[in-house]
Design a binder for this molecule. Structure first.
Ligand code: LLP
Length: 425
């Protein structure tokens, strides 16, 4: 149930026909459904039952102000990884007291900004960062609220590029030495040691890696307790997968059960950082067919969205559903496989390979589904293409929440060098 359904052969976002958005804003454009965001947030919270928890939405999945505001209004906090994301979360209305600041490369300037804003927790990823933060906090005379991210050396079984919990990965503090770092942190005057954090990867479709990682965290908490170090929070990260293509991810309830089984009895406040599971199915990329081109061995459907708008297929070999916005009148269309490709000058600019689709012609609208997470946020202007706009739908209302830049805006802030200002020869 994602609120992108057909009514009389035409695809709608909630109560708005996608054809109307395409006419009003042009294509390509991302479209998000408020009802889906609300539903996913509630399902996730319900799965946690009565566990004391704060859900800090991972803004990196989708930082659109309208999307973040929707989740903030439901009570979500935010997990941010840069000053830019922190400013974005605050602009969308997330209170600083519900913001967790994560990331492996936070600069002193970013840490200072986070302290100034009074964020709930800073997840530290190295001893060096801990010492920098300690010094900054001591200068200000207010201890920094800190959780230490550990690297539990667990294989998340996901795509190599989004696995984060192996000892070969750059994230967190190495498992075997973590204990010492907690002791060190507890003794630092500028640090208020709040808790421990893990995040082992993204798009997990199996619960076992979560179970192993959370159990390791549990062991650590108990070991520290025995030493007299009492943590208040456990941050279990994000990572729950969504159904792309053939992936069958576990349901949030099953994930909640693993949390309860592993760390539920520790009496700690739990923090979660879900991104994809809240937003992926709440968004699609709406695109128009530019032309259908018959190659020597393939039929290519060239659309006006490119890998610069949705990079996941090119970067992670990700599968996204493709649907026609207007269904063919007759059912029995010839089941011909086509490649859906963008206009970018790279073969990687391919959204679907040999996908069976109804007959298509220039001007037809298509959707690239499950694109609400890691879609617009990873978009860029490669090949001189304007950044893709975004639309939020709520019932029969819709609004552009990020404009498509015009040509002047695209060149704003760019200059030739001062010595090049004369006429070109
Ligand atoms: N917390 C931390 C510390 C993270 O690094 C991430 C994601 C999350 C939470 C949220 O994870 P999620 O619940 O969304 O799986 N661009 C890639 C995904 C990168 C994920 C990076 N970290 C993709 O398109 O698949």
């Amino acid at each position: 149930m994602n609120h992108f359904d057909y009514h009389e052969g035409r695809l709608f976002a909630e109560d708005v026909p996608l054809t109307r958005i395409a006419e009003g804003v042009g294509t390509p454009v991302y479209v998000y459904a408020t009802a889906t965001l609300e539903r996913h947030y509630r399902v996730f919270c319900d799965a946690l039952g009565d566990l004391p928890a704060t859900v800090c939405y991972a803004l990196k999945a989708n930082g659109n102000l309208g999307v973040v505001r929707t989740l903030a209004d439901l009570g979500a906090g935010a997990d941010v990884v840069s000053e830019g994301e922190l400013r974005r979360a605050l602009a969308a209305g997330v209170p600083a007291g519900r913001i967790v600041f994560s990331g492996v490369g936070k600069t002193a300037r970013e840490l200072t900004f986070a302290l100034d804003q009074g964020v709930r927790q800073i997840n530290v990823e190295s001893e060096e960062e801990l010492l920098t933060l300690d010094a900054l906090a001591r200068e200000r005379g207010v201890p920094a609220p800190v959780a230490i991210r550990v690297n539990p050396d667990v294989d998340a079984g996901t795509h190599d590029k989004i696995t984060t919990g192996l000892k070969e990965n750059k994230f967190g503090i190495e498992w075997t030495g973590a204990h010492t770092v907690f002791h060190r942190a507890a003794a630092l005057e500028g640090i208020r040691l709040m808790g421990a954090a893990v995040h082992i990867g993204s798009q997990l479709t199996d619960l076992d890696p979560f179970r192993t990682a959370f159990t390791r965290l549990r062991d650590l908490v108990l070991m520290l307790r025995a030493d007299g170090i009492h943590l208040e929070t456990l941050d279990l990260g994000g990572g729950l997968g969504v159904p792309y293509g053939d992936d069958v991810p576990p349901l949030p309830n099953a994930y909640g059960a693993v949390v309860r089984e592993t760390v539920g009895d520790l009496g700690l406040h739990l923090i979660f950082e879900p991104g994809r599971v809240l937003t992926a199915n709440a968004g699609l990329l709406l695109t128009r067919v530019v032309r259908v081109k018959e190659g020597a061995t393939r039929s290519f459907v060239v659309v006006d969205a490119g890998m610069n708008d949705l990079v996941r297929p090119a970067l992670y070999d990700a599968t996204h559903g493709v649907r026609p916005v207007v269904q063919p009148v007759e059912d029995g269309y010839p089941a011909l496989a086509k490649d859906v490709v963008g206009p970018i000058c790279e073969t990687g600019d391919t959204f679907a390979t040999q996908r069976v689709l109804p007959p298509l012609a220039a001007g037809d609208l298509l959707t690239l589904d499950t694109a609400g997470a890691y879609g617009a946020v990873m978009a860029n202007s490669y090949n001189g293409r304007p950044l893709v706009p975004e639309v939020l739908v709520n019932g029969d209302a819709w609004a552009v929440t990020r404009d498509r830049p015009d040509w002047d805006a695209m060149l704003a802030g760019e200059h030739v060098a001062t010595w090049q200002t004369g006429p070109s020869e």
